[in-house]
Design a protein around this ligand. Structure first.
Ligand SMILES: Nc1nc2c(ncn2[C@@H]2O[C@H](COP(=O)(O)OP(=O)(O)OP(=O)(O)O)[C@@H](O)[C@H]2O)c(=O)[nH]1
Ligand SMILES: [Mg+2]
Length: 333
């Protein structure tokens, strides 16, 4: 399964409008001079940096982006209207390649900074402008030129401060929904999340980004399931949350589930395994004797480190989790 941190799109700039062939026709003037106007320029396609975007999910379904053509010139020396440029917003950090030649076209690094990706066609010339002392009635015009058409590949290294790990159905997307404004899909069955998404978590005027990814399963490190491809992105995060469902509805054992994920991490990459991470025990609203159940769970995985017990559904302890995240990120840059 592919992750939406790359996309390929087609950008099509507009054609220039044609120059017009026309002669003045006025009463009593038999040989009116030329009055064909120039065409207008075709619209170009630009990418522009937009700091509030952070994924390429807009390009998952919409692939063709077309700027308008310039209008043709007309009589009375009327110039055709130039078309507006088409401006497409991109998250910062996007690398832009020519899909066919693989050449890099540019990188979107700054908010509002524009990158030309397809130049609009140049306008055609009307016959008026071919008039000279030796040719007073030129029939010559030029056509507008075609706009660039380009296959473009865009790539975004998803930079998340925090990555969520866990079995399918553990409640990762629910957690993102609770602590950020992002609204990834949540369902009661596994493999709901097919593409990663980012949530921006704000606290005391600061922001951190948290990445929600498809759940990992046994043998994920060998490529099983959906989550595998995203593991490499987690290498760039600073902190991981391992979300464990304390009351799995498939009656699996939370301790076994926890150990499977830890094992997959280790198998996939030492570096990832050694990344700081916090154990998040989720769905505590479903258990009666919270202390006892959690204690038993921790004992069975032989865990003495830091953890937090939350409910991503009711929001219990989620504020404390946010505080912990910010503390960690502050301390570790
Ligand atoms: N009772 C209870 N249910 C929860 C809690 N958190 C999540 N759920 C439920 O668990 C199910 C799975 O939640 P998701 O957030 O979709 O889980 P996920 O880890 O993103 O799952 P995948 O995307 O499939 O990997 C949904 O039915 C949620 O409503 C919780 O704290 N308490
Ligand atoms: Mg999910």
């Amino acid at each position: 399964m592919r992750f939406v941190d790359s996309a390929s799109i087609v950008v099509k700039a507009g054609k220039g409008g044609d120059g017009c062939l026309s002669f003045r026709r006025e009463k009593y003037i038999t040989d009116g001079g030329p009055d064909g106007g120039d065409g207008g320029d075709g619209g170009s396609v630009y990418f522009v940096g937009q700091k509030n975007l952070n994924t390429l999910s807009d390009f998952r379904f919409k692939r063709l982006f077309k700027a308008k053509n310039g209008e043709n010139g007309s009589s009375n020396n009327k110039r055709g209207k130039s078309a507006k440029d088409l401006i497409i917003e991109m998250p910062l950090g996007v690398k832009v390649y020519d899909f066919d030649t693989k050449e890099i076209i540019g990188e979107i690094t700054q908010h509002k900074k524009m990158l030309l990706v397809a130049k609009g066609g140049f306008h055609g010339i009307g016959n008026t402008r071919f008039k000279s002392s030796i040719n007073r009635s030129p029939r010559k015009t030029t056509k507008g030129t075609l706009g660039d058409v380009r296959n473009i590949a865009i790539e975004l290294n998803i930079m998340a401060d925090v990555g969520l790990l866990g079995m399918p159905n553990a409640g990762k997307s629910s957690l993102i929904r609770k602590i950020s404004a992002a609204k990834p899909k949540v369902e009661s069955y596994p493999f709901t999340t097919l593409y990663p998404s980012l949530g921006m978590v704000s606290f005391a005027n600061k922001n951190i980004t948290v990445a929600d990814i498809p759940g990992l399963i046994l043998n994920a490190s060998d490529g099983a399931g959906l989550g595998f491809e995203f593991l490499k992105h987690l290498l760039r995060t600073k902190f991981l949350l391992h979300v464990v469902d304390i009351m799995p509805n498939d009656n699996s054992n939370p301790a076994e589930n926890y150990l499977i994920i830890e094992k997959e991490l280790k198998k996939y990459s030492k570096e990832l395994f050694n990344k700081p991470r916090l154990l998040v025990i989720n769905k505590i609203d479903l258990i009666n004797d919270e202390n006892k159940t959690i204690k038993k769970f921790l004992k069975s995985i032989d865990y003495n480190d830091d953890y937090i017990a939350i409910s991503a559904l009711t929001g219990k302890n989620c504020k404390n989790l946010i505080i912990k995240l910010f503390e960690f990120i502050e301390k570790n840059g």
